[in-house]
Design a protein around this ligand. Sequence first.
Ligand code: FAD
Length: 466
Amino acid sequence: MAYDLIVIGTGPGGYVCAIRAAQLGMKVAVVEKDKTFGGTCLNIGCIPSKALLYASELYEEAGHKFGRMGIRVGEPALDLATMMKFKDEGVDGNVKGVAFLLKKNKIDSFQGVGRIAAPGKVEVTSADGKVETVETKNIVIATGSDVAQLKGIAIDETRIVSSTGALVLPKVPEKLLVVGAGVIGLELGSVWRRLGAQVLVVEFLDRILPGMDLDVAKQFQRLLQKQGLTFKLSSKVTGVDASGAKLKARVEPAAGGAAEAIEADVALIAIGRVPYTQGLGLDTVGVKTDNKGRVMVDSRFATSVAGIYAIGDVIAGPMLAHKAEDEGVATAEIIAGRAGHVNHDVIPNVIYTFPEVASVGKSEEELKAAGIAYNTGRFPFTANGRAKVNQTTDGFVKILADANTDRVLGVHIVGADAGTMIAEAAIAMEFGASSEDIARTCHAHPTLTEAVKEAAMAVEKWSISM
Ligand SMILES: Cc1cc2nc3c(=O)[nH]c(=O)nc-3n(C[C@H](O)[C@H](O)[C@H](O)COP(=O)(O)OP(=O)(O)OC[C@H]3O[C@@H](n4cnc5c(N)ncnc54)[C@H](O)[C@@H]3O)c2cc1C
């Protein structure tokens, strides 16, 4: 039987696209090479990492904060195996949820590696080698991404690990070397630091979190250092010798110079991710990719071949689950003849450490580079009543608004619950709000969100609580 749509890959891009297409009346099937649905995000990404971040944060609070609040629980002890089980249960619940939703929406699933044999033809090779060809009017490539490798360093997922191995370490390493100060390295570095590892983060650039607002990155680095993470910036890891009981990493200044040897028990390579298109047959059908191997699409997610679309990590843009999801919805709607659209200027970005870091829109550096005049409103959590009473005063809210129109161009938050608070900024920006719109919107008291309102007030210098 011929389908209206076959989606290859069931990460947040793929499964969401399939469900939206089924809602719109299409006959849909998904192809997934892994045993479970949900892709990187549910199996080895967002979900397991957040389970460990949550559990390790509570472990740290139990050790350091409970006593101050008059809660006596004694010295907390780590049962890592149970913590891992807690994480696995969370993953299991989520992947089963996707299986349920696919079934509920009457979406067929094929387990195996999908290859586009021709436009309208997807060949599925299952684990036992059986090959089946399925016909379809449209194809969506949602094959996601894979770990970027560091030249000359072989990931074995036991001592030299990617994020995947770092989510299943059987014991807390005494010394953890994190290569790369991006989101994944800092999140997983924080997990293992809280559980007792000495963590050193080596970063090629002279700053952490490349691409994020510099002010935010600097403050965040100071906070992480206060927590015990150490950083070696402007440095590169050029090799890891795994022949002895301890790993010996060769670290050199980024600009060149004498190398030093740094010992570690585990090295986490977290230098980014690359699009995954292996075995898809893109060359055969003529689907074009760019110089980074990403599938090229137009603003309607159409590739260079009619009837073939692509979404999520495999195309350009931030590698984020919610970006993939929104592209999945938009593409299903476009295929159904509707006006699907994603506003790529308003994609929030969150780091789920403590405190959290969240941003949406432009950074100061981007505004300066584009020559856009802007006003800044900044409000620290030290002046927010709820943060004071919770003793979570680290961080600030910063709002960047167009100097001529007052339209909000970027919002950056370092602070407890920043990831939840950024939704308010995203909605405001999606509606084209001015900073005054936020400043004059009544915010409940006492909440951390009052700091967003006060930062908006600070744009025109009438913040009340500072
Ligand atoms: C440790 C970690 C933490 C992360 N945390 C967050 C977070 O907190 N928030 C956030 O927004 N993002 C996070 N991400 C990023 C997020 O996981 C990705 O952006 C998201 O999963 C991309 O979704 P996708 O649908 O494009 O692809 P993926 O989730 O990668 O899914 C692609 C799917 O396609 C399948 N596939 C590939 N090729 C084929 C083929 N030929 N045939 C059949 N199936 C195929 C794969 O098996 C996979 O299931 C994290 C990533 C990692 C690694």
